[in-house]
Design a protein around this ligand. Structure first.
Ligand code: HPA
Ligand code: ZN
Length: 358
């Protein structure tokens, strides 16, 4: 797999003496950004869940939008996943997947997202008898329309559910191959504890041979050893979450030296009790240690905010984050993306122009 990473950018690469923390609200809103960790099924708002349930005749366990939203009080990853998979059960035909993704793109556009790499979970749908073509067809059509309607460059990453078997993942990959041109990579998500990356060594090797990019959730609830095995066994190019790396200083040093991106999701981490409060989040420490940290929304409909809200919450709670850090986080999002080198350079120039003109 060719490396997609540009050379490391040092914190001193660009200075903004004319800007202070008072400029942050405008900068965070105006700066172009990429979103690299968004489960598209996690963008399904309760209103759309109810609309699709009515349309498709799917019964829901909650009587109203308000009752469903009130149930969004999570204690850990699994308590969220139970509701997330139930919510996704209203998605039946191609137009449902299209509608869900277009609603996300409209919202992302308002947050100045110019590039998005969307995770989707085909097993959640094919297990219910939904054809793979309806899932990928609807999402791919939305990605194309995101470009024409919003100027957003969008691509798809197919995720395997790690609580299921590797045989099921291999079957899923085979079922998706007729649609190979519509996705750029594969990921690994769902319940992390007891499901280490090495469980999926064979299917990730098959994906690498097909020229697919590889990413994996690791070190969200699972131990730092899962981050190491995602790198060494699955040979992934980004780690999703990865925040528990801080328990292993040698791993932190490795991640910094290699500029291995961590797609961090601040609101998700506090809603799922990975950190007790946002003030305790380690993203500023990791960023200042030279890691390629990016900010992302994970499952915005469930965790209380889209990408800009994640930036705002992190900057409000972490006083060591500076204007320089806002620029670095946005720049990292492009550096860590799977876009072309020329496209990355164009977005980075746009980013610099926003900081110069604010
Ligand atoms: N972690 C693991 N699996 C997921 C998540 C997450 O945050 N969101 C959706 N599936
Ligand atoms: Zn995730």
């Amino acid at each position: 797999m060719p490396t997609h990473r540009s050379p490391p950018t040092t914190i001193a690469a660009m200075q903004f003496p004319h800007l202070t923390r008072a400029h942050l609200p405008a900068l965070l809103a105006r700066m172009p950004k990429a979103e690299l960790h968004i489960h598209i099924e996690g963008s399904l708002e309760p209103e759309l869940i109810f609309e699709l349930a009515r349309k498709n005749g799917v019964a829901l366990a909650y009587p109203s939008v308000e009752a469903l939203r009130a149930a969004y009080a999570f204690t850990d990853l699994q308590s969220f996943l139970d509701l997330y998979y139930a919510g996704a059960s209203v998605l039946i035909d191609e137009s449902d997947f299209y509608a869900m993704a277009m609603a996300y793109f409209a919202r992302a556009h308002a947050d100045r997202v110019v590039h998005a790499e969307l995770f989707f979970d085909p097993q959640t749908h094919t297990e219910r008898g939904v054809p793979m073509g309806a899932v990928i067809g609807g999402l791919a059509r939305a990605c194309a329309d995101a470009h024409t309607q919003f100027g957003i460059s969008a691509s798809l990453i197919l995720c395997f559910l790690r609580h299921m078997s590797e045989a099921s993942a291999i079957e899923t990959l085979q079922a998706a191959l007729p649609y190979r041109q519509h996705f750029i990579g594969v990921g690994l998500d769902s319940g992390e504890r007891g499901n280490p990356p090495e469980k999926f060594a064979t299917v990730f090797a098959q994906c690498r041979a097909l020229g697919l990019h590889g990413v994996a959730h690791a070190g969200e609830e699972g131990p730092p050893a899962y981050i190491t095995s995602a790198l060494d066994v699955l040979q992934v190019e980004r780690i999703d979450h990865g925040v528990r790396c801080s328990e292993d200083p040698a791993l932190v040093a490795r991640l910094a030296a290699s500029r291995m991106p961590l797609t961090v999701c601040p609101l998700s981490n506090t809603k799922l009790c990975v950190f007790g409060t946002m003030a305790e989040h380690n993203l500023a420490t990791l960023l200042h240690a030279g890691l390629c940290i990016t900010l992302n929304s994970d499952d915005p409909a469930y965790f209380g905010g889209y990408l800009l809200a994640n930036f705002e919450a992190a900057f409000a709670a972490l006083p060591t984050l500076t204007v320089q850090d806002a620029w670095q986080l946005a720049r990292n999002s492009f550096e860590a993306s799977f876009a072309s080198t020329a496209q990355k350079a164009a977005w980075m120039a746009e980013l610099d122009a926003v900081f110069a003109s604010t």
